[in-house]
Write a protein that binds this ligand. Structure first.
Ligand code: KG4
Length: 335
């Protein structure tokens, strides 16, 4: 089954053709990162407009790259939530019109379910049940993936997402947007151990997380250093910050595995590209005897193929939508 998949929830317009949820036939992406970098973050209205400009030509490219005609498309999958509402609406409206014109089913896909499903594209043997650590720019979740479309949230951030925290910390260090990758590169230049940063716990909810205290601590450190004319050890701060994020995420993923008895852990989302977090996950999973799946870097960030992968399983579960399908800025992964 060939699915034409659309993703436009943030600053990447992405269109892919995916076969049977597992094989990428094409994966076309138009990134807007350079445009938003000028402003130090995503400007929602600009994002929507850029999606409008890119999506039609990108769809032609995705079909051409897949060597596939429109008539060969069996269904259309699209991110309908969560994300910047205007941006999601562009992809959703376009996907609806394509599904209508081709007279094929329209499949709504939750963006974070898509991130998790990116692993199905990289690892043919991977099947639920497993535990997913979904860490992206807007979401931070520990999810029990009981089946392809049956999930339970075991832990979540109570405030900022891990990626958001990376972006803000990078900004005060003067790094470019999005800050995750440059922070990762900077952190690799130091062994850390210089800055004492908070590792917050949520009372009575050991799997929940909080990143706002850590974010504020880095912002305050940078501002204080500037005020008193002190030089910051930027690589050390990047390293200590990243370690604090990892020390929040990784032990909770381990605890969730212990509590549920799952022996397979899957990482997903843009922050899953982080080298320190990947290393910590590898070490701790090896120690505990868990099988770990880390998506290849190109499948960590937003892409259309992941929406096609999850779309296939949503379709098998009978989850198709009518033309009145709406877009949502926030939506639970379990809905
Ligand atoms: O999954 P994603 O592409 O978009 C969302 O669905 O949100 O994640 C983007 C986030 C950004 O915050 C970016 O800074 C972060 O992923 N990121 C990283 C790394 N690469 C991207 N964070 C830490 N280390 C990285 N290497």
């Amino acid at each position: 089954m060939k699915i034409l998949a659309f993703e436009s929830s943030c600053d990447e317009t992405a269109v892919a053709v995916v076969e049977d949820g597992r094989t990428i036939l094409s994966d076309a992406i138009a990134s807007q990162v350079d445009i938003h970098a000028v402003y130090g973050g995503v400007v929602p209205e600009i994002a929507s407009r850029k999606h409008v400009e890119a999506i039609a030509a990108l769809t032609e490219k995705a079909l051409k790259d897949a060597n596939c005609t429109r008539q060969e498309i069996d269904a259309v999958a699209v991110t309908y939530a969560p994300g910047l509402i205007g941006a999601v609406l562009v992809g959703l409206s376009f996907a609806k019109s394509v599904a209508y014109a081709l007279q094929v089913p329209l499949i709504p896909v939750h963006h974070i379910r898509g991130h998790i499903a990116a692993n199905y594209l990289a690892f043919p043997e991977l099947e639920p049940p497993f535990l997913a650590l979904a860490i992206s720019g807007g979401n931070t979740l520990i999810v029990d993936v009981r089946d392809y479309t049956d999930m339970e949230i075991l832990g979540a951030t109570r405030d900022d997402a891990a990626g958001e925290c990376f972006d803000k910390a990078a900004r005060v260090l003067g790094l470019s947007y999005p800050g995750g990758k440059p922070m990762d590169e900077l952190a690799q230049r130091s062994r850390g151990g210089v800055y004492q940063l908070p590792n917050s716990k949520v009372d009575g909810a050991p799997l929940d997380m909080s990143f706002s205290g850590l974010k504020t601590a880095v912002v305050n450190l940078a501002h204080h250093a500037k005020q008193v004319g002190q030089e910051l050890d930027a690589p050390a701060l990047a390293r200590d910050f990243t370690q604090a994020v990892s020390d929040t995420l990784v032990p909770r993923a381990m605890l969730a595995a212990q509590q549920t008895g799952r022996k397979v852990i899957v990482a997903a989302g843009g922050v899953a590209a982080n080298s320190i977090i990947r290393g910590d996950l590898e070490r701790q999973c090896a120690r505990a005897g868990y099988r770990l799946y880390l998506p290849p870097l190109r499948l960590c960030g937003d892409n259309g193929a992941m929406i096609g992968a999850q779309g296939y399983y949503e379709y098998l579960a009978g989850h198709t939508a009518a033309m009145d399908l709406n877009a949502y800025a926030t939506r639970d992964i379990t809905d």
